[in-house]
Design a protein around this ligand. Structure first.
Ligand SMILES: Cc1cc2nc3c(=O)[nH]c(=O)nc-3n(C[C@H](O)[C@H](O)[C@H](O)COP(=O)(O)O)c2cc1C
Length: 352
């Protein structure tokens, strides 16, 4: 018989499930067996990212961070949480068990309200207190670089622009992006990228729908449309108070998960301090696709150069940029993304 679901399990799934994920793919699955809550991978939702893609581990790291913060907010000992290495089938990363005389796990507003903001930011520097809080955050082996020098930000924006241009010239990546878009009420299902969260200019949604067909995108690309899209992305990157580059290694699963935890901790803190956050993953994506031999021949050389120039700009040796966050003050509130219903992300199974 399937066990009933206690409230603490629902609360932890709610907090964990508000984590960010690439194109809101939500590649996680929670499993409740009547004794323990487990965090595993939903291999179907993870599939679109590509096998063992850093985006998967960044998202899982963010879920882990949210769950640990929720457990701490309830005053529960950290011994309630046991991390695992992703072995087994399904791949498992975390187990939580809570004593029967548990306190109620509260809803933690900061965890539920973190969000992506793709609108306009000012270039005002981050307040010193915010900067100090970020500077004190650690999650080895991952680390963060807080970039405030405008010349460095401009150079990084140019690298992100070139990565973005390459993305719009890649049919496979274009298909994945187009499939993740949700127009109007399509977003009610709770997954994917709701077009109204993209803060597009007038006519932008129509153009996006039209260019979702690769034939149209390829035709426009003959007139340099990919340059226009890349340029729009770079303009956003430049408009910020600071850039936070999360640094780790895509050769180590532990490093990618630590990167996800650090990204989420900083993002939560920034939002709690009233600072808007917008992640950019295109640069990492191009580099990892090049390293793993997933890029079409025409795009390989460009990706290799982006990898080399990024490492030189940031003084990286063996490490890589896992994700870039632009942070800054925004005047308008953003549209919030949705999430899949609990029934789609939580599996209830009989005790082992
Ligand atoms: C690994 C990863 C990569 C992401 N890449 C981008 C990106 O390149 N551009 C962007 O606008 N948002 C990006 N996002 C943000 C997600 O689209 C966003 O988290 C998701 O749609 C859920 O929305 P929320 O953050 O408001 O909860 C990324 C998030 C993660 C975790």
């Amino acid at each position: 018989m399937e066990p009933s679901i206690p409230e603490w399990v629902i609360r932890l799934c709610e907090a964990g499930g508000r984590a960010p994920s690439a194109d809101n793919s939500q590649p996680w699955r929670f499993v409740w067996d009547g004794e323990e809550l487990r965090l595993t991978v939903d291999e179907v939702r993870a599939q679109g990212l590509g096998q063992d893609h850093p985006a998967l581990f960044l998202a899982l790291g963010a879920v882990i961070e949210n769950i640990i913060q929720a457990v701490q907010a309830a005053g529960l000992p950290l011994a309630c949480v046991r991390m695992s290495d992703g072995s087994g089938h399904p791949r498992e990363f975390l187990r939580v068990s809570v004593p029967p005389d548990r306190p109620l796990i509260p809803r933690v507003p900061a965890l539920l309200e973190r969000h992506t903001h793709r609108g306009d930011f000012s270039k005002a520097p981050l307040p010193a207190s915010v900067r100090a809080r970020l500077g004190a955050m650690e999650e080895p082996p991952a680390r963060a670089m807080i970039l405030e020098d405008r010349a460095v930000i401009r150079q990084l924006a140019r690298l992100i622009e070139r990565a973005s241009e390459a993305r719009f010239r890649n049919q496979e990546l274009h298909r994945w992006f187009a499939q993740s878009l949700r127009y109007g009420h399509e977003a009610d299902k709770g997954d994917g990228l709701a077009v109204d969260t993209l803060h597009l200019p007038p006519g932008g949604a129509l153009l996006l729908r039209w260019t979702a067909d690769w034939k149209h995108m390829a035709a426009l690309n003959r007139f340099g449309a990919y340059k226009l899209f890349g340029g729009l992305e770079a303009a956003k990157v430049r408009r910020c108070g600071a850039i936070i580059a999360i640094i780790g290694s895509t050769r180590s699963q532990a490093s990618m998960i630590a990167s996800g935890r650090l990204m989420e901790r900083m993002w939560l803190q920034l939002n709690a301090d009233g600072v808007a956050v917008h992640p950019f993953f295109g640069l990492t994506d191009q580099v990892i696709r090049w390293r793993r031999g997933w890029l079409p021949a025409a795009l390989r050389e460009q990706a290799a150069r982006i990898a080399k120039e990024t490492a030189a700009l940031l003084g990286l040796g063996d490490e890589e940029v896992l994700i870039v966050l632009r942070a800054g003050m925004a005047r308008k509130s953003p549209k919030r993304s949705r999430r899949l219903p609990l029934s789609e992300v939580l599996a209830v199974v009989a005790p082992a």
